[in-house]
Design a protein around this ligand. Sequence first.
Ligand code: GEK
Length: 241
Amino acid sequence: MQKDHIYAEPLAQIQDFRFDDHVAEVFPDMIQRSIPGYHTIIQTIGKLTAHFQQPNSNYYDLGCSLGTASLAMRRNISMPGAHLIAVDNSHAMLERCERHLLAFRSDVPLSLKLADIRDIDIQDAAVVVINFTLQFLAPEHRDALINTIYQGLKPGGLLILSEKFVAHSIITNALLVDLHLDFKRANGYSELEISQKRSALENVMKPDTLAQHQQRLQHAGFSETSLWFQCFNFCSMLAIK
Ligand code: GEK
């Protein structure tokens, strides 16, 4: 696995973070060292997919990057008539995702779409996954996407939504942010890497509070919603139609 050194040297000017070739190349290392619980979340996406699968249904991975969640979903689908749709708007990610997924044999047909997740038609879905991607949409576009997903899910269908979040209380938020920074330090990121990456993400990723997520899911019509995973300021929620 290629190591992430993208922000290791001082940069004269820090550009907004982009999912380009440099990022895609080191992405498995970057995501493991940056998101607490990533492996657990991926494993559980697999388990939840097995649990919520329905015959003759579609399965969506929105913002699929290298397809790690897609792979976990695909391995856990055993019912007939399944179709997995993995979407990302980064060409660098999607071409690597294709190579990655083609390396594993599966009977579940797969479509890879180079597209904006806001433009995707969602239909007859048993499970929809958005693993750490809603946070990259402009805040004013988030409600519409969650509404579209709700409309496209079958009754009993599941949305898994994982996000970095902002805690409601300033004190708690500062504590969770500190714990996350310690996690990154323990994973070998220097203070320079941490601060340059933070600047690069500032304009690009604007996390919501848990209450905002909860409200959005309820307004869309989800009858059951729950936080099933939290580590520091990272979480994963599930919502059932
Ligand atoms: C995983 N889910 O490994 N449309 C499509 N793709 C987008 C958009 C958009 N509007 N905005 C961002 N992306 C993955 C990890 S990474 C999370 C997801 C992170 C894509 C972007 O190109 C990138 O591949 C992904 O969303 C976010 O389970 O890097 O923190």
